[in-house]
Design a binder for this molecule. Structure first.
Ligand code: ATP
Ligand code: MG
Length: 561
C-alpha cells in the first residue's frame, strides 16, 4: 500500500523555510530539554516525537538536555527515569547535556553583563520588587538599587557566590527596560541565592541561574539551531533573544526559539507537579502506577512505544492548547496490540458450568489459534473437561432474542471447542445462580471437519477448564479522574475529581498456557481486552494489568460527532 506523503506541520515548515533561506542542513541541531523534577508524561511524548522526529527527518543530532537549575525540586532518580523513558520510546540522543555543566560559563557571562552595566544586584525583598513591576498598561518603577556602581555589583555578586548571604537577601537582575510592554523585560531576575545541594554540582554553588538566563544560553553553548518549546514561553522569546544578543559571536549559530501548543489528555492531568501530588497523597502507588499518564505508567500498563508514537503522530503539532480525548490514545494501543498479541482465554467473573453428558475424569486438549489474523502466530492446546468456568454475564435464565450468549434451552459455541446447550441451573439460598448444567454435542468440536463442527450458532463464549485453570491477580483500571478536564475548573482543585474506584483487583482463572508468562508479556484475553504481566508478579503469583478493553470508544465518539 502506498502511503500518502505526510504533510509538514508548521514547525517543520519553519525548518524548511530556514533551509530555503540558506541555513546549512549540517548545522541543524535540536534538543529535548526536560527538567528532572518528575517523570515524563504523555504530553512530553509530543515534544519528544517532535524533536527526535526532526532529528530523523534531517539526519540531525538531538541533545537530551536536563534543565537542572532548581536543586530544590530535582533529583538524580528523575534523570534516570527520563533517560529510560526516552530510550524505551526508541530514540537515541546525540549528547546527554546538563544546564548545570554551564554554571561557570553562565556565571562568567553574568560578570561580563555587570561590567557592561547591563546587570545589577537588587537587595529588595521579592514583595518590594513585585510591587514595582507595574502592570501591562502601567510602567514599572526602577529599583532604588538599579544604579549601583559596577564595582559594588561585582563585589556583591562575588559575595553571593561565596555564600556570604542568606536566601532572599540579594538577586542579580538584568538591566533592560522597566517601561517595556512585555513585563518579562522589566529587569528580569538572572540569579537567586539557594543554599541547597545540587544532585550534580553538590555544594559548589549557592546561587542558581533562572530559566530565562539559562535556556537560550544553553541552546547557544550546544549550538542548537531550533529550540522548540510550548506556548507559555512565547512572551519569553523577546528575553531569550535579548540574552543571546549579549553573548553572541557572529560566527556561531544563533538558536531560534519557536513555540507550539501543549497537549493535554482528557480525564487526567499532565503536569509533573500535579502528578507528584497524586503520588505523595497516595492516590496512586508510584510514578509508574499503571493509572498514571506517565510514559512509565503507560509502559507498565502494557502500552507499546509504537502506540504512543502513533498517537503523537496522529494528534500532530498544534498552534493552540487543547485537550485530546484519552480514547484516541486507547484506540492506538488497541490497534497495535491487536496485531501483536496472542489470544488466550481467561475468566474473571466465574460461573460454573457442568457438561452432564461429558465423561467424568476425561480431558482433551483442543487446538487453538494464537492469532487468527496472523498465521505465523501458530497454535496451542487448551484443555477441555467436564467442569468449566464461563463469565457470570454470559448466562441468563431467560433473555430476549438479542442476547446471543447462553440462556436456558439455548446453544452457544465454546471458543475452540464444542457447542453446548443450557439445560438447567442451580441457585444458592439468596437466589444467585451458582451452576449451570449443560449438554454438549460431541460431534461439534471446532476444526474437526464434521458437519456439526461447521454448524453456526449465534454466540461464542470464552471459558476455562476449572481443573486445569491457573489463578492470577488481575487488575482492572478505570479513569483516574471522573471529570474530563480535572484541572480546568476555576473554583475547584483537580484533586476533588479523583476517581476513587479507579482500580479493581479480581482473581482471574486462566488457561494453563499462561503459567510461563513473563513480566511485560502481552496478551489478548478473548472478549475481555488486552492484558500484560505486571512487575509485581512473583514465582507464586502472576499479576496482570488490563491495558485496555476491546471496545472501541473512540470510533463510537467519532460516529456521534
Ligand atoms: P510540567 O508542567 O509537566 O513539569 P514542563 O513544561 O515544565 O511540564 P519540562 O520538563 O520543562 O516540563 O518539559 C520538557 C519539554 O517538554 C519542554 O520543551 C516542554 O515545553 C515540553 N512539554 C511539557 N509538557 C508538554 C505537553 N503537555 N505537551 C507538549 N509538550 C510538552
Ligand atoms: Mg517545568
Amino acid at each position: 500500500m502506498n502511503e500518502a506523503p505526510k504533510s509538514l506541520n508548521f514547525i517543520e515548515h519553519i525548518v524548511e523555510d530556514d533551509l530555503k533561506d540558506g541555513f546549512s542542513k549540517e548545522q541543524l541541531r535540536f534538543r529535548f530539554p526536560p527538567e528532572p523534577n518528575g517523570y515524563l508524561h504523555i504530553g512530553h511524548a509530543s515534544s519528544i516525537c517532535l524533536n527526535f522526529g526532526l532529528g530523523e527527518r534531517y539526519n540531525a543530532p538531538v541533545n537530551l538536555r536536563f534543565d537542572d537549575t532548581n536543586p530544590a525540586k530535582e533529583e538524580k532518580a528523575y534523570v534516570d527515569a527520563i533517560k529510560r523513558d526516552v530510550s524505551w520510546l526508541g530514540y537515541q540522543w546525540d549528547t546527554e547535556c546538563y544546564a548545570s555543566d554551564y554554571f561557570q560559563q553562565l556565571y562568567d557571562w553574568a560578570v561580563v553583563l555587570i561590567k557592561e552595566g547591563k546587570a545589577y544586584i537588587d537587595s529588595q525583598s521579592s514583595e518590594e520588587m513585585a510591587a514595582q513591576k507595574g502592570t501591562p498598561t502601567e510602567n514599572g518603577t526602577p529599583s532604588p538599587y538599579r544604579n549601583r556602581s559596577v564595582e559594588e555589583n561585582l563585589e556583591l555578586f562575588e559575595g553571593m557566590k561565596r555564600g556570604d548571604f542568606e536566601e532572599g537577601t540579594h538577586v542579580l537582575r538584568a538591566k533592560i527596560d522597566m517601561t517595556s510592554s512585555n513585563m518579562l523585560m522589566r529587569d528580569p531576575i538572572m540569579y537567586r541565592i539557594l543554599h541547597k545541594a545540587h544532585h550534580r554540582t553538590n555544594t559548589d554553588w549557592c546561587i542558581y541561574p533562572m530559566y530565562d538566563w539559562t535556556h537560550g544560553e544553553s541552546d547557544y553553548i550546544e549550538q542548537v539551531s531550533h529550540s522548540f518549546c510550548t506556548l507559555e514561553f512565547a512572551m519569553h522569546r523577546e528575553l531569550y533573544d535579548w540574552f543571546l544578543d549579549q553573548v553572541l559571536d557572529d560566527t556561531k549559530v544563533r538558536p531560534k526559539q519557536r513555540e507550539f501548543a501543549r497537549r493535554n489528555l482528557s480525564h487526567t492531568v499532565v503536569s509533573k507537579r500535579k502528578l507528584l501530588q497524586l503520588v505523595e497523597a497516595g492516590v496512586v502507588d508510584s510514578w509508574d502506577d499503571p493509572r498514571m499518564p506517565t510514559i512509565s505508567g503507560l509502559r507498565r500498563r502494557g502500552y507499546t512505544p509504537e502506540s504512543i508514537k502513533n498517537f503523537a503522530e496522529t494528534i500532530g503539532i498544534a498552534k493552540r492548547d487543547n485537550v485530546v480525548d484519552v480514547s484516541l490514545l486507547e484506540f492506538h494501543v488497541r490497534e497495535h496490540l491487536n496485531k501483536i498479541t496472542p489470544r488466550v482465554m481467561a475468566v474473571l467473573n466465574p460461573l460454573k458450568v457442568v457438561i452432564t453428558n461429558y465423561p467424568e475424569g476425561e480431558e482433551e486438549w483442543l487446538e487453538a489459534e494464537n492469532n487468527p489474523g496472523d498465521e505465523d502466530a501458530g497454535t496451542r492446546k487448551v484443555p477441555f473437561s467436564k467442569k468449566l468456568y464461563i463469565e457470570q454475564e454470559d448466562f441468563r435464565e431467560e433473555a430476549n432474542r438479542k442476547f446471543f450468549r447462553l440462556k436456558l434451552g439455548g446453544e452457544v459455541r465454546l471458543k475452540n471447542g464444542y457447542i453446548i446447550k443450557a439445560e438447567s441451573c442451580t441457585k444458592d439460598t439468596d437466589g444467585n445462580i451458582i451452576e449451570v448444567q449443560c449438554t454438549y454435542d460431541p460431534k461439534s468440536r471446532s476444526g474437526s471437519g464434521t458437519e456439526e463442527s461447521l454448524r453456526k450458532v449465534k454466540g461464542t463464549l470464552h471459558w476455562v477448564s476449572i481443573e486445569h485453570a491457573i489463578t492470577a491477580e488481575v487488575r482492572l483500571y478505570d479513569r483516574l479522574f471522573v471529570d474530563e478536564t480535572p484541572d480546568a475548573h476555576k473554583d475547584k482543585d483537580f484533586m476533588d475529581f479523583v476517581n476513587h474506584d479507579s482500580l479493581k483487583k479480581v482473581t482471574g482463572f486462566l488457561e494453563p498456557s499462561l503459567k510461563d508468562a513473563k513480566v511485560e508479556d502481552r496478551f489478548q484475553f478473548q472478549r475481555l481486552g488486552y492484558f500484560n504481566v505486571d512487575a509485581d508478579s512473583t514465582a507464586e503469583k502472576l499479576v496482570f494489568n488490563r491495558t485496555v478493553t476491546l471496545r472501541d470508544t473512540w470510533a463510537k465518539l467519532q460516529q456521534k460527532n
